[in-house]
Ligand binder design. Structure first.
Ligand SMILES: [Zn+2]
Length: 171
């Protein structure tokens, strides 16, 4: 991902934290998506699909997540789809039912949009500044992954990737 996109993602997510007074355990539906005008639904998808962003006939955004996924996974999916909204959908007035599907392989697929939406979700759910405030310097990486995943309501896998990307590695 290029630096410009990375900066854009950091800027948008930092503004959302500030404007909505978010805290690490924020409720993404009630404290963010609903106030932003998104309808959120848990629906039955096939197992390989974890979320979608669609627009109704008057252009209102709806984010659907797979009801069979864990709470942490659903939360990440909501954040990921919000990323597509900010990064890949320029106009809100389009009447087309534009659908972005996120499937289980998206973290390994070389799809730039998927990588960017995942980076958006990571920055939204685990902002660097908040991680730095909460990291336990004297604990192992493993202990930090476990504790911070609970603190930020994300999966340990998501937190492990985030800490790694932020440069935290086992001493
Ligand atoms: Zn996606």
């Amino acid at each position: 991902m290029n630096k410009f996109k990375e900066k854009t993602i950091q800027k948008i997510t930092a503004e959302l934290w500030e404007k909505h007074y978010l805290k690490p355990k924020f409720n993404i539906i009630k404290e963010l998506l609903n106030p932003l005008g998104f309808r959120c639904e848990e629906v039955e998808f096939k197992d390989s699909v974890s979320g979608s962003l669609i627009f109704d006939h008057i252009g209102n955004p709806i984010i659907c997540v797979n009801l069979k996924n864990s709470d942490a996974r659903k939360r990440f999916s909501y954040a990921h789809e919000l990323g597509h909204f900010y990064l890949h959908h320029e106009t809100m007035t389009v009447n087309v039912e534009k659908i972005f599907y996120r499937n289980a392989n998206s973290s390994s697929v070389e799809d730039l949009r998927e990588i960017e939406a995942n980076a958006f979700a990571a920055n939204l759910l685990m902002p660097q500044a908040e991680i730095e405030k909460n990291i336990m310097e004297n604990e192992s990486l493993e202990a930090n992954v476990e504790a911070l995943a609970k603190k930020f309501l994300v999966s340990e896998a998501a937190m492990a990737i985030r800490l790694n990307n932020l440069g935290y590695t086992e001493a």
